[in-house]
Ligand binder design. Structure first.
Ligand code: ME8
Length: 662
């Protein structure tokens, strides 16, 4: 219909609920989010689905281990997954759980269609089964390990419903040929084509050995095989049997890791073809992020968690690293060292520095208003040309999912602007009319380049580019800019700059890594026993601002005397990068100077605390808050429903430092 936006439906895998997200899962979801933002800026109506894969033996066992019913276990896990994506700013438009009723209905409907069309029959099957991958290992003998994960297989015999996958060898090969971009990247395509050419065996799609699954109607105790169940979630999320009403199916893009490409490019289109439903347009399989050259897994103890990185460096930094460091489609190594190096060089010294120095110069010379440019010199035109070329290149690369190349192009524009400023030296110019005119041209040109870069980088760096957009005082929102109309020269002159904000404060590499690792450690080994799915708190407040507690039972004086509280004097106070609520204090407690973190940063200016006398719990075991050592606790009242901290103190008397509170 004229005037209607074209649609784009993309998905991430539906992640297993027997663990919590690590950087690998975050990678796929981040890329999906960046594509979503990009497509919206290109005028599409976009829906992005992610969710949780909640059935199967693994979950059955994990729930047993946790001593709770499966439904309770998966409910907590699903909440934790969803909450983390929301917290990280990569929320789903549709979050589908495979225990949702809309999904159960869709799976049963898909099965009915396949059966009615003659692609399902009953038979017995004995084989080696890998419970970790939820797959029969056809080539394995009893005693063999799973070739994918290396763990032991189990011999399983059961009556199954079979799906006639063998009937789809030719239709699939024809389909791949007619849709040459269905499987991406190319190398994966060749791999799948030779697999299908090698012959397809029928696939058992129901189980009687598993209890925790979607029942096959009228065939209980049969439940659906997890992959028949999980893949269908993509369709359930956008209407299931009523998919036509929603208008999003078929999916335009399934983003997956290379580990699950076969399920997506062989089984899934075959199920849909059997049901005579539209087949997705593309499956894109990316590589793995490796730790020390092996795939991350909780059992190997080498997982990298997303939250500590986001807390320390910001989510944009993590997004930038994931999409810049590795060629999309290939494996890459994850290292904190490389992450922080890129943060400091590309973000703090690159984009952050260009934005802050441009704004500062416009502030100083033009009262914070974007100046009208004067006559241009060849070097100004050269920078304009570079920026125009970068627009073309960055968009072209992004369109092809060459994210690293796209970012490389954008950052080449930043480097060109840095070089331009270094050679033009606007800061060295006088206030004479001629110099002011020249300065206006230089700063306009730099600000315009910054605007272009901000728009181009927005899908990857959504938060910081929003800040730069506000800083440049540009109308509307950066996400509302249409990429197709982006050209050099659209900067609104005369616009008043917004408030300067810290974009990417430089960090000390060793300290940053130590703190990220400490936070990860806190999250993996919480000191307080937590339910398996409880998300870690978004912020640790340092104990000073606890919510009012109900009256506790009475204690004896001997209990009270266990708490050693003394008068301390604050010597230094500073904010902590990556921990908005905490202040790092050094406090003189009479016998020594202690480092203590306090959750008061939103209510107390650090400078005003110096010299203040406070009550300190000095015999509290040291612990790390947001990765920073805290040795003691500052006592504060917790006021109002938000628990605003008000420091306990001694305003009327000159109390001695170190005096004990009794
Ligand atoms: O396979 N590097 O779920 P899953 C990059 N439930 N990406 C990684 C990664 C790594 N080290 N580790 C995981 C399942 N991923 C099924 C999917 S879909 C209908 C059912 C990402 O929790 C990557 O996208 O094991 C991979 O395919 C996915 O997480 C596997 O998630």
């Amino acid at each position: 219909m004229p005037g209607e936006k074209p649609k784009f439906y993309l998905t991430t895998p539906i992640y297993y609920t027997n663990g919590l997200p690590h950087i690998g899962h975050t990678y796929t979801t981040v890329v999906a989010d960046a594509i979503r933002r990009y497509k919206r800026m290109r005028g599409y109506e976009v829906v992005m689905t992610t969710g949780t894969d909640e059935h199967g033996v693994n979950v059955e066992r994990a729930a047993q281990k946790a001593g709770v019913p499966e439904s309770e276990y998966v409910a907590k896990m699903a909440v934790a997954w969803k909450a983390l994506w929301d917290e990280l700013g990569i929320p789903a438009d549709e979050f589908i759980r495979t225990t949702d009723i809309r999904h159960v209905r869709t799976v049963q409907w898909l099965f009915k269609l396949c059966k009615e069309n003659g692609y399902v029959y009953k038979g017995n099957y004995t084989g080696q089964y890998c419970i970790y991958d939820n797959a029969f290992v056809t080539e394995a003998k009893p005693g063999d390990n799973c070739p994918d994960c290396g763990r032991p297989t189990e011999t399983v015999t059961e009556e199954n419903h079979y799906f006639k996958l063998s009937a789809f060898q030719k239709p699939l090969l024809d389909f791949y040929q007619k849709n040459p971009t269905f499987i991406q990247p190319e190398t994966r395509k060749n791999e799948i084509i030779s697999f299908v050419e090698g012959g397809l065996k029928d696939l058992s799609i129901t189980r009687t050995t598993v209890r925790w699954g979607i029942p096959v109607p009228g065939e209980e105790p049969h439940v659906f095989y997890v992959w028949f169940d999980a893949l269908t979630a993509y369709l359930s999320a956008v209407g299931g049997p009523e998919y036509e009403k929603r208008g999003m199916w078929p999916a335009d893009l399934h983003l997956v890791g290379k580990d699950i490409i076969r399920f997506h490019t062989v089984y899934w289109p075959a199920f849909l073809m059997a049901a005579m439903l539209p087949v997705p347009k593309q499956v894109w399989a990316h590589g793995w992020f490796l730790m020390d050259a092996s795939k991350m897994s909780k059992s190997k103890g080498n997982v990298v968690l997303p939250r500590p990185i986001a807390n320390m460096l910001g989510m944009d930094a993590m997004r930038y690293f994931l999409m810049r460091e590795v060629v999309f489609g290939q494996d890459g190594n994850f290292s904190y060292d490389a992450l922080v190096t890129r943060y400091n060089s590309d973000l703090a010294n690159g984009l952050g520095n260009l934005a802050s120095r441009t704004a500062a110069m416009i502030e100083k010379s033009f009262g914070g208003k974007i100046p009208k440019p004067g006559p241009r010199l060849p070097q100004d035109d050269a920078l304009a040309k570079t920026a125009s070329e970068v627009i073309g290149e960055a968009l072209d690369r992004f369109e092809k999912f060459e994210f690293a190349r796209s970012l490389e192009a954008i950052w080449s524009a930043i480097a060109a602007a840095d070089k331009y400023l270094t050679s033009e030296q606007p800061w060295a110019m006088s206030d004479s009319e001629a110099d002011m005119q020249r300065k206006a041209t230089i700063l306009w040109t730099t600000a315009e380049l910054l605007r272009v870069v901000t728009v181009l980088a927005h899908p990857v760096l959504p938060d910081s580019t929003k800040k730069v957009w506000t800083l440049l005082g540009q109308p509307g929102t950066v996400s509302g800019v249409e990429l197709d109309g982006l050209r050099w020269g659209q900067l609104t002159t005369g616009a008043q700059l917004g408030k300067a904000q810290s974009l990417f404060p430089r960090v000390d590499k060793t300290e940053a890594i130590e703190r990220i690792e400490a936070m990860a450690n806190e999250e993996l080994n919480p000191t307080q026993p937590a339910a398996p799915a409880t998300p870690a708190p978004a912020a640790v407040t340092g104990g000073a601002a606890a919510a009012p507690a109900p009256a506790a039972e009475k204690i004896g004086i001997e209990d009270f005397t266990k708490v050693e509280m003394r008068v301390g004097q604050i010597k230094t106070a500073e904010r902590i990068v990556g921990a908005d609520k905490l202040l790092k204090l050094t406090v003189d407690i009479g016998t020594e100077i202690r480092q203590i973190c306090a959750g008061i940063a939103q209510f107390y200016e650090p400078e005003k605390l110096i010299g203040r006398k406070v009550a300190v719990v000095v015999n509290l075991a040291p612990r790390k808050l947001r990765g920073v050592e805290s040795n003691g606790m500052i006592v504060a009242a917790s006021v109002g429903p938000e628990g605003r901290p008000v420091l306990a103190g001694f305003p009327d008397e000159d109390v001695e430092i170190g005096a004990r509170l009794k």
